[in-house]
Design a binder for this molecule. Sequence first.
Ligand code: DSN
Length: 420
Amino acid sequence: MTLPHPALSATDPELAALVGAEEQLQAETLRLIPSENYVSAAVLEASGTVLQNKYSEGYAGRRYYEGQQVIDQVERLAVARAKALFGVEHANVQPYSGSPANLAVYLAFAEPGDTVMGMALPMGGHLTHGWGVSATGKWFRGVQYGVRQDTGLIDFDEVRELALKERPKIIFCGGTALPRTIDFPAFAEIARECGAVLVADVAHIAGLIAGGAHPSPVPHADVISTTTHKTLRGPRGAMLMSREEHAKALDKAVFPGLQGGPHNQTTAAIAVALHEASQPSFRTYAQSVVANARALAEALLDRGFDLVSGGTDNHLILMDLTPKEVPGKVAAKALDRAGIVVNYNTVPYDPRKPFDPSGIRIGTPSLTSRGLGTEHMAAVADWIDRGVTAAGKEDEQALATIRSEVAELMSAHPAPGLAG
Ligand code: DSN
């Protein structure tokens, strides 16, 4: 169902219709992109408040504009909730999103030309971890680790050898296509040995950490960078967290180093999401995300799919479709027509190009937000299996049949924020 937007409909019916169409699409489809989710109605409301009419350069109590009586309280609330939820000494809730948050880390701890280390993008890392096409790979000297070809897992002897040889100023751990638990203590030991700042980019798994379904990077990482809109189920934004010793450097890097005024409506929505994530029901949610991913992985393995690393420990599954003889992009586009939204993705050691890779990446945060459980994962795996087969045969009728089956299940599981 779609939501009423009376003012928008009266002022700009064309745009209102597009918003309604997106609401319908999100309601009817099975959304499996692991970095996406559904925010609650409360988070949606907070995002659309008059807080966005205010400029607030600076930090609570130290602003460059007057009239901050309320905004300071909003930001202090968000910061206090972040600190309590993640057990950190310092939190900055102002970064506009994950990439600016990571850029602020570079500004705080490195000089242009310094060596930095992160996981290679095609291995599951992120652009901002020093990959060549990103500013972080152009302005810094990025050295990159990967996963072993035989296991799909990080080889810590290799990471240590590279770190001791290259002596990076910053080491990033975390990424965008990692189906396994991140070993924060192992990374911390290597960072200590080579004198690097360890940054845990937990954007994908922040909600799992908050809900106790993934180990915490506290106290192992020097800095924790995260977006707020993935498993954490907040608005599109980001946070940087650390021990007190790094607070000043990080705050200065975010403002005035990199950004101007914070997006106060987003800060408010982050505060709401952090409140929701501190509730017992969010722990259940986080555990269910992982249980669903494990059940889905098992069901896919049963159907002959090749999963990178052989399965998952978290919310994410990376599938290599090479044995199915269907390129990832062809499969992703066919599944989209079947009402199943995924993204095509490189797999480690992919012989194909990033814009036409061998794999697809899926995850369970969104479907879990809609109340689907492990009992539904066989059906989901079946749809993916039939969809990939139909993609190979260009069988549009089969895709249309899946689409109607998906819509039927989805209509029985209303989406948060869209439930009306
Ligand atoms: N776009 C994010 C993701 O999908 O994982 C990473 O920045």
